[in-house]
Each structure stands twice: as structure tokens, then as C-alpha cells.
Design a binder for this molecule. Sequence first.
Ligand SMILES: Nc1ncnc2c1ncn2[C@@H]1O[C@H](COP(=O)(O)OP(=O)(O)OP(=O)(O)O)[C@@H](O)[C@H]1O
Ligand SMILES: [K+]
Ligand SMILES: [Mg+2]
Length: 698
Amino acid sequence: MTTTTHHPQRTPQDAPAAAAATRQVGGGVFSPRQLLTSLPDALRKFDPRHQLRNPVMFVVWVGSVLVTVFAIGDPSGFSIGVAAWLWFTVLFANLAEAVAEGRGKAQAESLRRTKTDAVARRLVDGVEERVAGTELRIGDLVVVEAGEVIPGDGDVVEGIATVDESAITGESAPVIRESGGDRCAVTGGTTVLSDRVVVRVTTKPGESFVDRMIALVEGAQRQKTPNEIALTILLSTLTIIFLLAVVALQPMAAYSGSAQSVIVLTALLVCLIPTTIGALLSAIGIAGMDRLVQRNVLATSGKAVEAAGDIDTLLLDKTGTITFGNRRATELVAVGGTTPEELAAAVRLSSLADGTPEGRSIVELCAERFGLSAEPTDHEKTGEFVEFSANTRMSGIDLGDLSVRKGAAGAVRAWVAENGGEVSSEVGPVVDEISAQGGTPLVVAEIRGGVASVRGVVRLSDVVKPGMRERFAELRAMGIRTVMVTGDNPLTAKAIADEAGVDDFLAEAKPEDKMALIRQEQEGGKLVAMTGDGTNDAPALAQSDVGVAMNTGTSAAKEAGNMVDLDSDPTKLIEIVEIGKQLLITRGALTTFSVANDLAKYFAILPAMFAGIYPQLDKLNIMHLATPQSAILSAVIFNALIIVVLIPLALRGVRYRPSSASALLRRNLLVYGLGGVVTPFAGIWLVDLLVRLVPGIG
Ligand SMILES: Nc1ncnc2c1ncn2[C@@H]1O[C@H](COP(=O)(O)OP(=O)(O)OP(=O)(O)O)[C@@H](O)[C@H]1O
Ligand SMILES: [K+]
Ligand SMILES: [Mg+2]
């Protein structure tokens, strides 16, 4: 069997770059050709059932039908022109959504290719049988050896292997997957490169990670977020107000002897209701998800992506998130007259059945340094193993009248005291020294012949991932407080916290403490993000507003969170926050633009419409639009074209630079508010120059 130490560690810095290179297929820059390739999908969206989901565009759809009926009854350049351009308005909105969805399709395609029909070697009562991967059920055990594709999602329950996950992560460096610890989860469709593992299947066929990923990037599972629903309600309200305003116009117009036709009123209504944002809203949301996928992050909810834009506090677990997480025994320190050999014998015994990476590394160290066997004798097999848990923070064995425990210093001290023993004064300084250096001390104690005593300390070493400090500084600049939460002791926690550069830390945290800390922050009105990898992080990941599970982590962690980072890079949250902020800003900016745009159109068209009856209004017709008809048609055309013009911005997103919320608001009001007022005047004037050439209009 290989050991984990000699494998190259992939660094979180270069992973996203490599992944991005392979992920350019679907995303990246917008090209006008996408408008053409998405046309069939856009046409399918004319289905009224689809339109109903978007009240603003549904009104346009109904208006188009209405005007078409009238245009057929009384065909003219004007009526046909308005009808055609109203349909174009609906088409352009459909296109925006179809283009956004289309970018995910290419990614989905490349993912589908990983769904090979792998043959599984299922274990039934220790006997292997070959079945199709699609026949696997939750709980099945399968054997996978070097060169074979893992047939389904699951947890490694036996063995250790290097796995090529490039099919999913785009990252070519192999990763280590092993039983017992926080790095046990494997994904169907990835390939085992070395060794042999037994995997317990954790998902049903059709509901695997890749299946869900495909559904996600295709936007098939997209549901409106609470923010989107709120905005849709606001837009619908505006639509109703404008509908009433337009209807109220008619008696006024009739009174002055110029009752307006249904075509004109419908055209006016469509120009006034917020069609720009109505058309682009869904594309903005899909594009946000897409940007995440391109950064190798999978979000299961759009709500989480939005929440990421407003995060105040980020909690990170230590082992496996801030550090690489392959915590290994590197030294044994005997205390109180115990010889190193005696300590090794005791700690080996306590770890023989300990399947965690820590436990196995202890057995390996004892074999390497003391020549002790890594396999239990028949007598040792009769012992009762005490499994490690994050709550007890201890593990060990009871064998006849001998009991051995190893674990966190506090937990083992308490165990010794409970059993009437005394802790040698040598233990404290050793524990403190290991902790101060960022190592994790495991204290080893025994009850032998009825006497409880500490025999020594194991040093577990782990390495902080590079580049953490700079990236936490970036998070600080974005106004986000970083807190490391760990089950480890306060001294170790402090040493690692200092090295990594987090703002604060919480040590000796049990799973429920991590969750309580999140609740406490949330009760103070804060939005909390959490990154973690372990089963003991799962409750906290579920409680947090944004729960990012490391891909290297356990299935429990991945299920509990609402995002998975395929690169297992805890500082990925910086990009997640940026994407969230960008999403919120883009939506805000385009809403501002849309509403300003609509109000401006009101003042642009009305004077031209009524100039015939109220000649004094002609002074307000500052653009000197040719005729009321050309003014109306020009406005409808402009109203449709602006949607297409803004598709690239909706997909790309408004750029986010760290700055205060009020500065950002001021800038956006200036650019998108003022821009929204001015553009229609210029745009309608330009379109009018062309439209007036159409016979019967100018
Ligand atoms: N196999 C083991 N046997 C005995 N004690 C262990 C074992 N593994 C870990 N411990 C002790 O239990 C403590 C708590 O472990 P836990 O997994 O809850 O947190 P952690 O891995 O240290 O930190 P994090 O929460 O950041 O992952 C560890 O710090 C260590 O002292
Ligand atoms: K409009
Ligand atoms: Mg842990």
C-alpha cells in the first residue's frame, strides 16, 4: 500500500486556472453567433405556458396577439410594423434566456461523456459479481482497482487510492481518496489510478453528483430565488399601474376628440412596462450560476448565490479546509518513566482498528520506527475497539484488563482522572509545545492493573495550504470577517489561525458548537458562509446561508451544503462572493436602467402622439419625430432592440470592484439611471429617421 505523504499535493492556486482552461467550452465571452444557435430554443419559448411565468413578458405576448388580430383586420404599414415588432420583443426576451441556458448545454454535454456505462464489481457476502453501474443501489459495496472507473458516487470504506477526477474538476493532478477520514467521498465517472478501494454507494442511479451537475448547468432545475420573486412582484405592480394609466388615457383622448386605437394603446403600454429587465431577469440569474460553474463551484440553489453577495462572516474548519488535512503522526514523546517502546506498543494497540487517517498513520509510524506489526494478532482481535467521535475526541481499545485511550489532551486527562489516575506534570509542557507549533497532540493513556496513567504524546502534523494569508486579507477588504472553527485544542488553533491569517478562531468546537456559532451570528442579523469538509461540519454547513463543501470532503458534508467547490479551495469564497455581488449589482443596474428607460419613453412619445390635438405640445416634441405613428413604431422598435443590446451585459455581469455600498449605489444610479433616461431619446430619434422612410408612416 502506498503512503499519502509522497503524493504531490495540488495547490489551490493553480487548480482553478487549469480547470478554467477545460471549462471554457460553454461559458466565456458572448458571441453574436450564440443568438443564432439559440434561435430554436427561443422559438419553443413562445408557448404561453412558458410566458406565464414572466408576467411582464406575458402582457407583451397577449398584446402581440391582440395587435396581430387588429393588423389582420386592418392591414397597414403601421399596424403590421407594430405587430411584428411586438413579436420581436417577445422573441428577444426568449433569446436572452435561451442564450444563457445554451452556455450551460455545452458543459452538460462534456459532463454526459463522463457518464460511461461502467461495469461495477459488486460485493455480495464477500463474493464479487459484475453488474451494470445503473443497477447499483444505495448501500451496495463495489470494488474498484487501478485503471477502473468508479461506477457511482460513494464513500471509500476500505483502502486508499489515487483518483483522477479531471473528468469532473478539470484538474489533472491525482487526488487521494481513503477510508475513515474526511477524504473518503468519491464521484462516479472518475478513475482510480493506483491501488484498490471498496466503495459504499451513496446515491441512486440518476441522482448522482454528475446528474445533478448536468441538470444545474442546463438550468433545468432553476427555481426563482426569493429576491427574483420580490422583483417580479414589483415589476408586475408597475405593469398594472401602467396598464391603468394607459386605459385612463383613452377617455381623456376621446374627450379631446382623438380616441386612440387599440394598436396605439397596446404599443404605448409595452413601451412603458419594464420589458427590459423583464426580458433579461432570468438570463441574469442563469449567467450567475454559469459564472460559478466556470470557477468550478456547483451551487444547488440560486438563493445561496445571492446570499453570497451579502456575506458578513465566513467560518472555516481547520483540518482539510485551511490545512491540507492529511494529518499524520510524526513523533512519539514518552512521559513519566515510560520507554518509547512501551508507548509505541500502547498507541499501536489503540490504533489497530482506528480507520481514520490519523489512526492508520500511527500504526505506520510504529511499524517504521519500532518494527511493530501493522496487523493485529488473534488475541488483539478479541479486544473491544472504541471508535473515535468528534464528541468524545478519543479512540482506543479495551483488551482484557488493559484499556488504552488516545485523543485530545482535555478528553484523555478527564478519562484518566475519572479512573482514579494522575496525570504526570511532564504532559502539559509537551502538549503545549506541539500545539504552539501548530501540530495536534494526541495524549496516550492506559489503565493497566487497575492503575490509570498517561504514557505519552503523539504529534500529528498537518500543513497550512499556501497563499491563505493574502486571500484572507482580500476577504477582509470586502468587509468579511473570517473565523476558523476547529475541534482541535486552543493552542494548536491559535498557531494555525496566526499562520493562516484568519481574524478569529473557535477551538474545541463540537459539531453543535459550530452550528451554535452560526445561529448566534444569524440572530445578530448577519449572513454567514461556512466552508468545511468533514461529517462533523455537516450540521453547520446546513445551518449556514452559504455552505460550501470541499469536493475532497465526505458525502455528508456535500449533501448538507448548498455549494460544492471542486477545487477544494476554502478561499474560493472570495470568487463566490464576487459573483454573488456581481449578480445583485447587475440585476439592480438593469432594473434601474429599465424603469428610467420606460419613464423617459413616456415623455418621448406622448408629445408626438398628441401634437395633432394640442399644438403647444409640439414644443415638447424635442426630437421632432415625424408623425405620431412613426413616434410610436420607433419607440416599439427601440424597446425591442434595447433587449438584444443588453444581452451581453446581462450575461457578463456589471463589473464588481470592492467599494462601499453607498458609493456603488451612487455610481449605478448615475450610469444606469441617467443612461436609462437619455438612451431612449437618442435611440428613438435614430430609429425614427429610418421609420419615417416607410411608406404610410412618415
Ligand atoms: N483517530 C483519532 N483518535 C483519537 N483522537 C482523535 C482522532 N482524530 C482526532 N482526534 C482528536 O479529536 C480532536 C477533534 O477532532 P475533530 O475531527 O472534531 O476536529 P479537527 O479535525 O481537529 O478539526 P476540524 O474541525 O477543523 O476538522 C482532534 O483535534 C484530535 O485531538
Ligand atoms: K418597456
Ligand atoms: Mg475534522
